[in-house]
Design a protein around this ligand. Structure first.
Ligand SMILES: Cc1ncc(COP(=O)(O)O)c(C=O)c1O
Length: 319
């Protein structure tokens, strides 16, 4: 085997074993040539090979960085099915089961979407928290105005423009996370016994909210790529007095599906035609793997059909 291929194999091994992780800079050419006891030109050739294979990438005037490993091919999960009729929701068993699984170390924890601590910007958080306490004195620990801190609302309104949504700060309400926002949204538009259309499958916390408010759920088939089925939602709305549809248009939990822009527009039309509200959970909208985050469903709403909520629990930190 050519020497440069062997060297590329050794660097690849170091990456695979975690010595250099995703996003990290590889040592310079000279350092590598010394540590591997080969010539500089052999290292350069090995780096070229790794670059061609998508293992590392060059950044101008900075060197080579480890690329994100490509995902193994997987088969998509099956689409969820629509239910024949609305039913009261009972989540007790599922929640208990998930709780038990979370204690088992040998299980990959896919039931709860908890960001790994490695992803949390701890340094930046520490800095911001201590400067807030210094800057605001005892006000930092006091009550804020009922709808939430005005400066925070301004930042959120600015941020929502990235999702294509234009909002005034007076239309924003600060809550303790997405779960509280969801419960408030449901309570503001529906009553016990009302029918709520939900994606199938969906995040169990959404089911818990519907259950706790004594509402009924009708499951609507949801595809792992396309998202909620519009024909199935239309059929449910024709047959039942659907009060609201609760959905995650961007990166649905658990399927990861994203509704196309075209379908986002169409679903607003459907809500208008059958007179129901849309509650948009956009908690994963900012976790796009491309630079451009997808547009919110809310950004297509020109008739006041969408209540939008999100949270910083998956992007800044759950706490
Ligand atoms: C889709 C979805 N919505 C809401 C939540 C709850 O978010 P929070 O922790 O901000 O209440 C989660 C948490 O996993 C979630 O996956």
């Amino acid at each position: 085997m050519a020497l440069y291929r062997e060297v590329a194999g050794r660097i690849q091994q170091q990456i695979d074993s975690g010595l250099f992780s995703f996003g990290e800079r590889l040592p310079g050419v000279r350092k590598l040539s010394q540590s591997m006891d080969v010539s500089v030109s052999t290292v350069v050739q090995a780096q070229r090979l790794l670059e061609d294979n998508g293992v590392i990438a060059a950044r101008p005037r900075s060197g080579f960085y480890v690329c994100q490993p490509s995902m193994p091919e997987t088969t998509l999960p099956a689409a969820g099915l629509s239910a024949a009729q609305p039913v009261p929701v009972t989540t007790g068993e599922v929640t208990l089961f998930l709780g038990q699984l979370s204690q088992q170390k040998e299980c990959a924890q896919l039931g709860f979407a908890i960001p790994h601590t490695d992803f949390l910007p701890m340094r930046a958080l520490q800095k911001s928290l201590s400067s807030a306490v210094r800057q605001f004195d005892e006000r930092a620990a006091g009550y804020t105005s009922p709808g939430g801190n005005e400066a925070l609302k301004q930042q959120i309104a600015r941020r929502m423009r990235f999702a294509g949504s234009e909002v005034d700060t007076e239309d924003i309400l600060i809550t303790g996370g997405a779960q509280e926002a969801l419960t408030l949204a449901l309570r503001s538009i529906a009553e016990p016994g009302d029918v709520i259309a939900i994606e199938s499958p969906t995040y169990y916390g959404l089911l818990q909210a519907v259950e706790s408010l004594g509402m009924k759920a009708i499951e609507v088939a949801t595809d792992p790529v396309e998202g909620i089925s519009l024909p199935a939602l239309e059929m449910a709305a024709r047959q039942w007095p659907v009060k609201a549809c609760l959905l995650m248009p961007n990166f649905q939990n658990p399927l990861g599906a994203k509704l196309s822009d075209d379908n986002k527009e169409k679903i607003i039309g459907l809500a208008e035609r059958f007179d129901f509200m849309l509650i948009e959970d956009d908690i994963y909208g900012e976790l796009s793997q491309t630079d451009q985050r997808p547009r919110s469903l809310h950004s297509y709403d020109d008739c006041g059909r969408v209540i939008y909520y999100s949270s910083f629990s998956k992007t800044v930190s759950p706490g």
